[in-house]
Design a protein around this ligand. Sequence first.
Ligand SMILES: CC(C)(COP(=O)(O)OP(=O)(O)OC[C@H]1O[C@@H](n2cnc3c(N)ncnc32)[C@H](O)[C@@H]1OP(=O)(O)O)[C@@H](O)C(=O)NCCC(=O)NCCS
Length: 171
Amino acid sequence: MPDRCEVDSLPRMDPKPASASVTSMNELVLPSDSNALGTAFGGRVLQWIDICAAIAAQRHCRSRVVTASMDAVHFHAPIRVGMVASLEARVQATFTRSLELSVKVHSENPVSGERRHCCSALLTFTALNERFEPTEVPPLRLDTEDDRSRQTAAEARRAARLRHRVESLDA
Ligand SMILES: CC(C)(COP(=O)(O)OP(=O)(O)OC[C@H]1O[C@@H](n2cnc3c(N)ncnc32)[C@H](O)[C@@H]1OP(=O)(O)O)[C@@H](O)C(=O)NCCC(=O)NCCS
């Protein structure tokens, strides 16, 4: 019996395009999400980033995933109460048992429609099998030159991340 994913009925390990798992998420920023300045807490924005990326990672892998790491996040602009935090997650690259995703966050004024880039993040997820052990991820289908250069750039970042993983144990 081939190992098939339930949703798209492809064999689970066939290469998949990034477009198949792109995930959009919108959150209305409420007072309970905010700090004393009336803008979204950084921690809340990180939570939304993690959730959005996890959904995209699961859509790609069709398996359980866990966040292995999140790269440094720089907040360029605040998201005020009453604005919509609009997130989009996309698979950047796949490795053997892990994959890198990007999440872009915009603040959207729901009345005027004006959008402003607030932050971007890169996260790595590890796919887990039914015994909660790391397991292979389906490769990303690299159709264009852009797809291939994103994969190459992510491989360099992965090497740096794994070095940092070891160093952070002693921090
Ligand atoms: C992430 C985790 C599953 C890795 O397990 P492990 O037994 O150390 O497994 P390995 O070292 O064999 O790594 C498995 C894969 O994860 C990747 N990985 C592990 N730690 C990583 C890190 N800090 N950053 C990036 N990738 C990482 C490895 O490169 C490998 O992927 P690859 O095969 O594509 O190279 C494990 O450390 C864990 O469960 N961490 C806690 C996760 C968690 O609770 N997250 C928050 C809530 S979801």
